[in-house]
Structures are given as structure tokens and as C-alpha cells.
Design a protein around this ligand. Sequence first.
Ligand code: PLP
Length: 420
Amino acid sequence: VMHGLSLERNPIEILETGRSISDIIDGKIRQLYSVVKRHRQWISLLPRVKPFYAVKCNNTTAVLKMLSTLDTGFDCASKAEIELALSLGVKPDDIIYAHTTKPLSHIRYACAHRVNLMTFDNEEELLKISLVHPQAKLVIRIAVDDSKSMVRLSPKFGARLPTVRQLLGRARELNLEVVGVSFHVGSGCTRSSAFRQAIEDARRVFDVASLLGFQMRLLDIGGGFSKIGDFQEKFEEFSEVINGSLDEFFPPVSGLEVIAEPGRYYVESAFTLAVNVIAKRVVVEDGAIKCTGSTHLMMMYYINDGVYGSMSCIIFDPAHCKLEPEPRYRSVIWGPTCDSIDKITESYWIPELYVGDWLLIDNMGAYTVSVTTDFNGFEKAHIYTVVTAETCVFFFFLPEVCPLLFCFQGARHASYVISS
Ligand code: PLP
């Protein structure tokens, strides 16, 4: 039986002897929230906002195919991401090239493939775009208050409000078309008020743009949504605030198109990572190595995936442990590489593990498989895709997804990342 080990955001569960990994995965299949369920919730709670899924968050083909079938758009941040989306049949009009500092060659590629919608936040970018993609439909990204988010983006991206008039004026001089405003409140946003303030800021930019003669028609409210751990209830709260703010600052009669760039929200719970204990050291506080048997000993486990693989997300998305009441060993879990930064947990109270044991880590869909390296020659995690019978039925009624149905045949639910 598995032990729930209380890592708040990425609980690790131990597979004990006597149960096979497929028993555990079968149990997981029944618990997992799928990409489809998240999408259904999005369209019911944010009916005015069309999601453009952020490919950077998880670029697994199965996820992209499924979302494309569900008619989402895609936020691509590079030539390679655009290439991937187009290769899966995504229409150029369903892509926003949402990066404000783009290499010239990538803008040229977007132009050649009729990807016209793209963001900017500085004058140099306008010059590059006017040179190689003068017909682009531009979206000005503004910096917003992201101080209450897990990962801040505004220190790096977004035009400050006082600079917006001058920047739009420059776009006018260059004869470029600016069609909208975008922002990102930061990944893992904790305050709904950040969205309200950002939507109000965007309204101001619309007013300035209209004085300069632009016909703005698009608002992009970015990403920042999550539904795991402390964020469980936040999506409902954020939706309410976003809907209210949109109605207040951009009433439906304005005919505005509203889009978002959710990443984490769609995939975070759809992936579970299975890792194997490949080595172990038993340590006493003075550093001497002794045999097991005392709760004063500290355990060090080495697993076959880590910070250079699927778990780089823990650097900015740290897992916090709670102490368990029953006697357990303080344990440090390390990744497989020779680097000491490759540490998964510092002080984690769990029962003793043995080499060969498996650990299952929930909620490993966001910024995991898309951020791995093969540092030290360790293999990247393998990905196995499964889909529920219920989801298959859902797709069956959509004739255009027959190829997708075929690719998921025999499988039962969302997706797993299994590290070999
Ligand atoms: N859009 C842009 C421009 C981003 O930089 C990011 C994340 O870094 C996202 C969307 C996705 O954000 P999230 O995963 O928080 O939804």
C-alpha cells in the first residue's frame, strides 16, 4: 500500500514490496485529473476567454494533439515550438508567438508560415518586426504587479505603463499594426487582485492606443493559473474576479476577443513521475556511516531522475515537507548526477527505502518533461500516454478526432512520465 507522504505540491508515494507498479498506476488512473477535465472546467468558468495553451509548459505531442482537438489555440515562444504546433496541424491563426524578445530568424520563420500574431514590449523588437514581418498583428505586453506569484516574469518582460505611449507612437511611425494588449501576472499567482489590476491597466493602454488611432481588438490575460495544493480553490476565485473585471472594463458589447496563455493549469496533474531508488547511504549526524536500525540515522537516497531531468521545477517550485507523527527517518533524496545541486528534498521524513524501490510523484506535468537535459548521460524520463474510456467516448462524437482516437487506443487516462 502507498503512503501519502505530505509533500505539499508534489507528494511522493512509496511503492512497497508485494504490490506491482501497475497496481499503483491503475489506482492513479482513477484519481487523475485529465487535460480534458481541466478544459471543460476552463470553458465553463471563463466563457469569454479562449485558452492558447503555453507549449513551453509541456510539449508532449499527445497533450498538444488533444488540446488542438479541443480547439484551443497555442502560445509558442520560439521557431521550434511554432514548427511543432504546425506539424500537428494547428492553423497559423491559432498561434500567438508570445515572446517579446525574439531572434530575427524566428520572426522570419513566423512570417514565412503566416503566424502573424506576436507580442512586443520594446522598440528594438518593433524595428526587427518592421524589417522582416511588417504585416504582423502586434500585441503590446505590459509589466504588471506579479509580486505575489511563485515565478515572477515582469522583471524581465513587459513595457512599464509610463513608456506605453511612446512605444505605441513608435509602432505608428513604423506603420505597424498593434491589435491588442497582453500581460502575465506570474506563474503560480496567489492573488486574484493581480488580475483585476492588470485588466484595469490594460484598459488604460487601450485608451491610449485608441487616441493614437489604433483599432485594438484583443486582450491576452496570460497564464498564472493552478489547481493543486494551496491553489485548489483559487481557479474559481480567479475566474469570478476575471469575469467581473472584463465586464467592468471591457463589456461584451465592445466585441473584444479575450484570450489567455495557461500552461501549468492544463497539464500539472496529468503527469505522474515514477522514479527508482538506485543507491542509498545511511549517515549518522557526525558523518560516520553505520547500519540501519535507529530513527536517529539519516538516510540518503539516490534516484534515477533529478534536477537535471524532470525535476528542475523544484528550483523555483520547492516542495515543502511536513513532519509525520510516527517514527520515520529524516531522508535526503538526491538526483542521479554528480552535481550536488541535484537535490530533490532536504529533510523529508519517510519510512526506510531500499535500492530498487519505486517512488511515485504526483502533479509532475508542468515545466518537467519540457525542461530536461541529458547531463552526465542520464536518460530522460520515458513518457507513456493513457486515456480513460470516458475521454475516448467524448472524442468519439467528434469525427475529426478519429486519428487521435486511434493513437490513444487501448489506453485509459491522462499521461504518465515513467523514469527508466
Ligand atoms: N505565457 C508566457 C509568456 C509565459 O512566459 C508563461 C510561463 O512562463 C506562460 C504563458 C505560462 O504560464 P503558466 O504556466 O503560469 O500558466
